[in-house]
Design a protein around this ligand. Structure first.
Ligand code: FES
Ligand SMILES: [Fe+2]
Length: 272
């Protein structure tokens, strides 16, 4: 698909630093979108190909300000200010290579889980003949960021919907002894999904969704016995269930595992 980018030279009286617009329809709710805008923490994890580090200086319901390191090694101070009344947020480059640049994002809700976004890029000091090229580069970067964000927002919405529908009944599940090559293996019990794997000769079971914001924990268990969430990089010890890096959350209730000769039995007793 061609890049969703539009450019028109600034008309007299318009902002002369406007280098173009990116427009896209997203299959997400306003709630998920605001959550995503305020979520500074996911930048170097979900968007690991664009950013390598972030150090938050301030954050709140208003937005956030942070030192951000881009994948090319350059450091900037960015600020995102959310204006709910106007359904928009403005990201400003306060320090760094593109100091003074502003990115204005407006959202137009068109259905309960659908919106159009219009993102305007303003970059000062760009010569007339280079504006379109600079705007196109911004649009290409935003296209990649939104591809990644849409995956996270849609997956989170699906997990929230599934949780609301889930039944908390007692259940016992007996499996033929899994082949280790198939691990980690996803299983479903009482309407919840878990991952079954092994660490240090033991069977381990843990939620398939991260206790932070329901990101997928479907990756391999590391040699240190951890799983890493790709959304914000939180790590969890698969034996203790504690978060070892990133946050204060931990795994909730997990099924019990009993290993027989040929089978594995998992039991879930709903907490009442
Ligand atoms: S959802 Fe945030 S670290 Fe997993
Ligand atoms: Fe994002």
């Amino acid at each position: 698909m061609s890049l969703r980018y539009e450019y028109a030279p600034p008309y007299p009286g318009s902002r002369v630093d406007h280098v173009g617009t990116y427009k896209r329809t997203l299959p997400v709710s306003l709630e998920r979108m605001y959550e995503n805008a305020l979520d500074w923490e996911h930048l170097p994890h979900l968007h690991g190909s664009s950013f390598t580090a972030i150090n938050c200086l301030d954050s709140g319901a208003w937005g956030w300000r942070a030192e951000v390191t881009a994948a090319n090694g350059t450091a900037s101070v960015l600020e995102l200010a959310l204006d709910r009344d106007c359904r928009r947020w403005i990201t400003r480059n306060l320090q760094g290579p593109n100091v003074g640049a502003e990115i204005w994002t407006h959202v137009f809700v068109t259905a309960p889980r659908q919106m159009d976004i219009v993102i305007d890029f303003f970059v000062p000091g760009v010569p007339d003949e280079a504006r379109e090229k600079v705007g196109r580069a911004y649009a290409a970067a935003y296209e990649r960021l939104y591809d990644e964000d849409v995956w996270m927002m849609s997956e989170r919405q699906a997990q929230i919907d599934q949780r609301l529908d889930s039944i908390q009944a007692d259940q016992t599940l007996t499996l033929d002894m899994p082949d280790e090559a198939t691990l980690p293996l996803q299983i479903e019990m009482s309407g919840r999904r878990f991952m079954l794997s092994r660490h240090q000769q033991q069977w381990v079971v843990y939620p398939a969704q991260c206790p932070h914001q329901l990101g997928p924990l479907s990756g391999d268990v590391t040699a240190a016995g951890e799983v890493v969430c790709p959304w914000h990089g939180y790590r969890f010890d698969v034996i203790s269930g504690d978060c070892t890096h990133g946050g204060h959350c931990r795994f909730g209730q997990r099924p019990e595992i009993n290993a027989g000769e040929q089978t594995l039995t998992l039991s879930w007793v709903s907490s009442r």
